[in-house]
Ligand binder design. Sequence first.
Ligand code: ATP
Ligand code: MG
Length: 167
Amino acid sequence: KRGFYIGRFQPYHNGHQAVLEGIAEEVDEIIIGVGSAQLSHDMQNPFTAGERVLMITRALEEIGCPFYVIPIEDLRRNALWVAHVTSMTPPFDICYTSNPLVIQLFREASISIKSPPMYLRETLSGTAIRQKMLLGEEWEQCVPPAVVEVILEIDGVSRLRTISETD
Ligand code: ATP
Ligand code: MG
């Protein structure tokens, strides 16, 4: 049985990690879709698809369940979005998501859904973590150690600060 999980992962954080550790107990293989793959270098989406693939792959090195990380560009045609996704991924049996639009689209395509619980949503959200980076607050404890390394390697915090400036 294969399970699918999608997010933008800007950045990949401990909430995503907790959800995926739970999914790993329930399926034989995990497919992780990196959404809005075409976006990077903006305030809501500072990291490239490739950088996000690196964060996820490194963070899941010891998860003990085979996984595939697949960038998926936005289609901006919701009625065709499930077909777009499934054209890019290995076949899967179940989609893990709490996003109401994603739930609706998969339900209409007769694909099973499971909604995992949220972990510490106030601190563990991409938005909150990007805000901490901008303000110079501690963000490192919100992401897996492997993600800290990737963000340091690509100088991600300076990038986010630079793109937040105006000319
Ligand atoms: P952003 O604030 O940038 O939207 P995000 O934290 O919501 O970031 P996404 O990449 O948008 O992260 O989310 C991917 C998936 O992870 C979504 O289905 C979202 O509901 C889920 N998710 C986000 N934060 C948590 C969390 N703390 N615990 C469990 N699931 C989470
Ligand atoms: Mg989100």
